[in-house]
Design a protein around this ligand. Structure first.
Ligand code: COD
Length: 301
C-alpha cells in the first residue's frame, strides 16, 4: 500500500473502506451535523445521531438526506450512551457534538464504563506539506490532549503516531522529536527527552520506524536546512511526523499550518477503543470531513 499523500487521496481511501458508523455525541449541534451530512453524502459515514431527538431534528432542519438516512438514538445522557455504544461495537467512531471536549474525554477515560485500552490517548493531526516541492501529509502530535507529557508518555505518543502513519501507508515512518535546536542541552529539557527517544529508536523500541531528535522545525522539514547544519540521519529534512514537547507547542504549530500556512487539516484522538474526533467549532467543513476520513482509515487497522 503506497502512502496517502493528500486529503483527496485520504478521502478516496476512506470511501473504499467505508461507510463506517459515526456516533455523534449530543448531536443537536449544527457544526457536527453538517460534517455528518457531508460524510454521509461522500459515502464515508453512516451517522448515528445520539441525544435529544427533538433538538436533533430542529438542529438538522433542512438536512433532508441526513434525517432520512441517519439513525437517531433518543437518550437523556448522550455522552454515556455514545461511549456505551462504542464499547459495544455499535458505532465505529465517536464525533463530538454539542458538549465540551473534556466532558467527552472524561467519559471516554471512565475506568469502568469508558473506552480505555491501557494505552495513552493522544491527538494526531495531519496537514498537507508542500516544502519538499510536492504535496505530502505530515503529522503533528500531541497538540490536543497531553498537556506536559513526561518521557514515558512521549514514548506512547510516538507509538500512537507511528500506528496512525502505518494506517496511512507509511511503511517506515520518519519521526522527528522536536525542540528549538538540534543541540542537546541540560538547559532545554525537551532536547534531553528527544535524545532519549532517539536512543530508544536506535535500540529498535519503536519497530519499523526512524525516530531522531532533537530537531528544530527547519531541520525537520527542509533538506537544505538539515544539510546546512550538517545533520545527517534518515529523518532530517524529510520528517513524516513532528512530536512536539508540549500541548502549547503542538497547538500553536497545528494552528500555524492551518491559519498561517493555509493547509487543510484533520485530527483524531487515538489510543481508545475507537477513534475519537474532537473538531473545534472554527474548523472548516472540509477539515471536519477530513477528520472523519482519517477516523475511517485509522479505525480500519
Ligand atoms: N490517556 C490515557 N489516560 C489518561 C490520559 C490520557 N491522555 N489523561 C488522563 N488519563 C487518565 C489518568 O491516568 C487518570 O486515571 C484519569 O484519566 C484522570 O486523569 P487526570 O486527572 O490527570 O486527567 P483529567 O481527568 O483532569 O483530564 C484528562 C483530559 C484529557 C481531559 C485533560 O488532560 C485535558 O483536559 N487535556 C487538554 C484538553 C484540552 O484542553 N485541549 C485543548 C486543546 S484542543
Amino acid at each position: 500500500m503506497s502512502a496517502v499523500l493528500s486529503f483527496a487521496e485520504l478521502r478516496q481511501r476512506a470511501r473504499r473502506l467505508g461507510p463506517k458508523r459515526v456516533g455523534v455525541v449530543m448531536a443537536d449541534d449544527p457544526v457536527a451535523l453538517g460534517a455528518a451530512a457531508d460524510a454521509l453524502r461522500l459515502g464515508l459515514a453512516l451517522p448515528v445521531l445520539i441525544g435529544d431527538e427533538g433538538n436533533i431534528r430542529s438542529a438538522a432542519a433542512g438536512q433532508d438526506e441526513l434525517l432520512e438516512k441517519a439513525e437517531i438514538v433518543a437518550v437523556k445522557d448522550a455522552t454515556e450512551a455514545g461511549v456505551a455504544m462504542a464499547k459495544a461495537g455499535r458505532v465505529d467512531i465517536l464525533l463530538k457534538g454539542h458538549l465540551r471536549t473534556d466532558e467527552l474525554l472524561h467519559a471516554v477515560l471512565d475506568k469502568t464504563a469508558g473506552l480505555r485500552t491501557g494505552r495513552l490517548l493522544s491527538d494526531v493531526l495531519i496537514y498537507e506539506d508542500t516544502l519538499s516541492g510536492g504535496t505530502r501529509l505530515v503529522a503533528i502530535t500531541d497538540g490536543g490532549l497531553n498537556i506536559a507529557p513526561n518521557l514515558e508518555q512521549k514514548k506512547q505518543i510516538v507509538l500512537n503516531a507511528i500506528e496512525v502513519l502505518r494506517c496511512l501507508g507509511f511503511e517506515r515512518p520518519k519521526i522527528a522529536v522536536m525542540s528549538a535546536t538540534e543541540a542537546i542541552s541540560e538547559a532545554m529539557p525537551s532536547t534531553l527527552d528527544a535524545a532519549a527517544l532517539a536512543e530508544m529508536g536506535g535500540k529498535g523500541e519503536f519497530g519499523d520506524a526512524d525516530v531522531f531528535g532533537p530537531f528544530a522545525l527547519d531541520n525537520a522539514l527542509l533538506k537544505s536546512a538539515a544539510e546546512a547544519k550538517g545533520i545527517r540521519n534518515p529523518v532530517a529534512g524529510q520528517a513524516d511526523c513532528m512530536v512536539v514537547p508540549s500541548i502549547e507547542a503542538g497547538n500553536l504549530l497545528g494552528k500555524a499550518v492551518k491559519y498561517l500556512g493555509g493547509s487543510q487539516c484533520a485530527h483524531v484522538v487515538v489510543g481508545a477503543k475507537v477513534p475519537i474526533l474532537i473538531p473545534s467549532r472554527v474548523e472548516s467543513a472540509d477539515d471536519k470531513v477530513n477528520a472523519i476520513a482519517l477516523g475511517v482509515v485509522y479505525g480500519n487497522r
